[in-house]
Ligand binder design. Structure first.
Ligand code: HEC
Ligand code: HEC
Length: 319
């Protein structure tokens, strides 16, 4: 195996021989910062990273994709896995192992004695969100020689959705906080990240989704959630007539509700403050978030809005 691999790696480096390129990919993968890729994918992973010269540069971090992920969609995507996997507690192994409580668990272990391949056993470590994302991008690239003969999910958001679903099946590992990146997924190709500018009038309509728990009028009462008058620009979980905030949100109380924080919160309250009492899945549309933030700001807020996705002065240099 090793001899063969060396030969192959040699060929790849020497002439970029295409068809065998993927055989060497897994090892490059573990050689930290080398970004050698085969000239062309020799394996059917429709379009995965193939176009972005810098590897995964164009794909949002898994934390961000999880934050905007959709559990229901993940369950639907899992249909693709069902030919080989069950995911219910105590479910039987099939062609692949039962996947109950796999997120967070050690890779290729347990599972009622399922006979994992040496390739997967060699990987070591745990099924973190990041590792699962890589695995589901291309099982073969992740563990060359794996028994999972599944090409992979080329859509980064589909991977996040199905990982969310897996996590809901017996794992419930807390989701990582989204990383600050310019432009939430939208139009990354544009030279400058277009700021998503909010429209307060539209935002008032979006706010209908919030009204079962909040009002935003001056002097309005607290309901299931606190009154939101003046919240934009104010301290997080700051006194709202004695509203009993969760410890999860109070943990952020040194910060203020800047535009960016409001945007992250409204993307996924749970990802922003795991354990929050705001049982609201989040607004997946960046425009809806910008609009509702503009509306909140009109209701006694003190922010100068520039568009939540607008890269601040410290943004990474553009080419
Ligand atoms: C054609 C059958 C097949 C399909 C389809 C398939 N898998 Fe697998 N899966 C396997 C096999 C076989 C293994 C064991 C791999 C090994 O030992 O190398 C595995 C292993 C895994 C593991 C590692 C389990 C552990 O305990 O370490 C995860 C996670 C996983 N699959 C997720 C998925 C997901 C999610 C999908 C759908 C998007 C999927 N698989 C589709 C056959 C399949
Ligand atoms: C199902 C009820 C519910 C819905 C729907 C809801 N919220 Fe909340 N919201 C809460 C609760 C409860 C809290 C307090 C959270 C905590 O303490 O963890 C909260 C807190 C907040 C805060 C922080 C307030 C502060 O003073 O720190 C903001 C901002 C907010 N919500 C905005 C919104 C917006 C905008 C929407 C609609 C897009 C919305 N919420 C939908 C229940 C809800």
């Amino acid at each position: 195996m090793d001899d063969r691999f060396n030969t192959i790696a040699g060929w790849t480096l020497f002439g970029g021989i295409v068809a065998l390129g993927l055989s060497s990919l897994s090892s490059h993968y573990f050689e930290a910062d080398k970004h050698h890729r085969p000239e062309q994918m020799g394996y059917a992973i429709a379009g995965v990273e193939a176009e972005s010269g810098g590897g995964a540069a164009a794909v949002l971090p898994i934390a961000n994709r999880l934050a905007t992920g959709d559990l229901k969609k993940g369950e639907a995507i899992f249909a693709k896995c069902k030919a080989c996997h069950t995911v219910d507690q105590g479910g039987a192994n099939g062609i692949g192992p039962n996947l109950y409580a796999t997120v967070g668990e050690a890779i290729a272990t347990g599972k009622g004695g399922f006979a994992f391949s040496d390739a997967l056993k060699k990987v070591g470590g745990n099924w973190t969100f990041d590792q699962l994302d890589k695995w589901l991008t291309s099982p073969k690239a992740f563990a060359d020689g794996t028994k999972m003969t599944f090409a992979g999910l080329s859509d980064p958001q589909e991977r996040a959705d199905v990982i969310l679903y897996l996590n809901s099946q017996g794992s419930n590992v807390p989701l990582p906080a989204p990383e600050a990146v310019p432009a939430a997924g939208a139009a990354p190709a544009a030279g400058a990240a277009a700021p998503v500018v909010g429209d307060a009038a539209k935002g008032e309509k979006v706010f209908a989704k919030c009204k079962s728990c909040h009002n935003a009028d001056q002097g309005g009462a607290n309901g299931i959630g606190p009154n939101l008058y003046g919240v934009a620009g104010e301290g997080i979980a700051a006194d709202k007539g004695g509203f009993a905030f969760s410890d999860a949100l109070k943990a952020h109380s040194k910060d203020t509700w800047t535009e960016a924080n409001l945007d992250a919160w409204l993307t996924s309250p749970k990802a922003f403050a795991d354990g929050t009492k705001m049982t609201f899945a989040g607004l997946s549309s960046a425009q809806d978030r910008a609009d509702v933030i503009a509306y909140l700001n009109k209701q006694g807020g003190k922010l100068t809005l520039g568009g939540a996705a607008a890269a601040p002065a410290a943004a990474p240099a553009k080419k």
